[in-house]
Design a protein around this ligand. Structure first.
Ligand SMILES: [Zn+2]
Length: 95
């Protein structure tokens, strides 16, 4: 392991938060700002896919009028299109 790789416990944490079941089940319990902080940490750990999955799971509980991530689901979108919205949000706001 090099010094730039996350420790196994941090990699496991990224895997946990990036798991669809965890993100869907627990994501809505976090505010948008808190969800962004977690996504930012996942990105710093080098796992952008986990950050996307985390934000999509969190966004399932977002309110269209008041929350930052609800627009991920606007329209009749396939799961990959929702992921693209989340990735675009990450590029614009978290990188
Ligand atoms: Zn949100």
């Amino acid at each position: 392991m090099t010094t730039t790789e996350p420790s196994s416990s941090l990699a496991a944490l990224a895997h946990l938060f990036g798991d669809h079941a965890t993100a869907s089940g627990a994501g809505s319990a976090f505010s948008c700002e808190q969800a962004d902080l977690i996504a930012g940490a996942l990105i710093e750990l080098g796992d952008v896919r986990a950050a996307v999955r985390w934000l999509v799971g969190h966004a399932e509980g977002d309110d269209y009028e008041h929350d930052s991530h609800a627009y991920f689901f606007v329209g009749l979108l396939s799961p990959s299109q929702v992921d693209q919205h989340a990735l675009g949000y990450i590029v614009e706001n978290l990188l």
